[in-house]
Design a protein around this ligand. Structure first.
Ligand code: DAH
Length: 337
């Protein structure tokens, strides 16, 4: 075998085995075949001793072998580098995921969604929204609203009284948002259209009564206000909330702070009515108690039970579900925003 064929075949047999080589083998092969004193430069050195007509063929053959060795070693080198990088990245992998505790995005409570809708509606009718205290004196909650001292509503069975020093003013958890009317009339002078929404408290609990619930209170004072303004306002709200098929019924009733007074029921069809609140024309005594001349200004007031209105809207049978915090109940209202 001539030297060229010898180098070729020793390369060929080595090349077939080195695909899983490590770096040091590649370095060794590179120096053995391509190094200054390596086999391929050695072959080139024979060139000078060959007859002139054989030189080109021989030279080209050695050159082809050199290229093959070079490109094979380069390719293997590149493969090694890629494998090493992959192994390093695998080794450095950090698990940044948290323990499997998926949080559910919250949504509005059905009562709060309805509250927002009602506030929007009344703002659209030119009402201003204001705040009032939940813990108040008996005077704001009852006396100033023309509720007589001996009225049964003041009885311990309906009202949560707050313990106070003997001889000081009596304080209650307000039983109604109507205390807001007095605060409003003390804070500003008519004409105005005002709305307030908040919690009230009563010693009361069954399927349609809760010891804590939410009311929406409205007060409109101006010159020349009549019961028809009141009716139109409430109808507008009921139609907007429950749709055109909802029917509103005014029942003559009594409240010490309005005259005449009515209670309002809503039906969504059939013979089932649910009371949503009370209303009426503001009693002259209430205006006088707040320093407003009843000859000059008249007005209407209303108070809705927001919990009841939520029950009608969603067909909820038990008021206590609204505050129970039961996720099986609350998840049904996921779409509310
Ligand atoms: N405050 C009354 C209640 O809690 C509801 C009410 C009735 C409010 C008539 C009013 C009103 O403003 O005019 O039962």
């Amino acid at each position: 075998m001539n030297p060229l064929d010898e180098v070729r075949s020793s390369w060929a047999s080595l090349a077939s085995e080195i695909h899983a080589a490590d770096e040091s083998i590649l370095v060794e092969l590179r120096s053995r075949f391509l190094g200054k004193k390596g086999e391929i430069p050695g072959l080139m050195r024979h060139l000078g001793s060959l007859p002139a007509d054989e030189k080109p063929v021989y030279g080209a053959a050695v050159q082809a072998l050199r290229q093959e060795v070079e490109s094979t070693l380069d390719r293997l080198q590149e493969q090694l580098r890629a494998t090493a990088l992959k192994a390093r990245l695998e080794g450095e992998r950090l698990d940044l995921s948290l323990a499997g505790d998926r949080s559910e995005p919250g949504t509005l409570h059905p009562l709060w969604a309805l509250r927002d809708e009602i506030l929007d509606l009344f703002v659209g009718m030119g009402f201003e929204i204001a705040d009032a205290p939940e813990i108040d004196t008996e005077w704001f909650n009852f006396s100033a609203l023309n509720v007589p001292d001996d009225h049964p509503a003041r009885d311990m069975q309906d009202t949560f009284f707050v313990q106070t020093e003997p001889g000081t003013e009596s304080v209650v958890l307000r039983t109604q948002t109507s205390n807001y009317q007095i605060h409003a009339m003390q804070d500003q002078k008519p004409p105005f259209r005002l709305l307030h929404c908040g919690q009230v408290y009563r010693v009361d609990a069954d399927a349609t009564h809760a010891p804590m619930f939410c009311q929406v209170e409205g007060l409109v004072l101006d010159k020349g206000i009549s019961f028809s303004h009141l009716k139109a306002t409430i109808y507008t709200m009921v139609r907007a909330l429950y749709g055109p098929e909802a029917v509103l019924r005014f029942r003559p009733s009594f409240f010490p702070f309005t005259e005449p007074s009515a209670e309002m029921d809503v039906s969504l069809g059939g013979d089932r009515w649910m009371e949503i609140g009370g209303c009426g024309m503001v009693h002259p005594n209430v205006l006088k108690n707040s320093g407003i001349d009843p000859e000059e200004f008249q007005g209407f007031a209303f108070g809705f039970g927001l919990d009841r209105m939520t029950m009608i809207r969603h067909g909820i049978k038990d008021i206590s579900l609204l505050t129970a915090g039961d996720m099986r109940f609350l998840r049904q209202f996921k779409g509310l925003a």
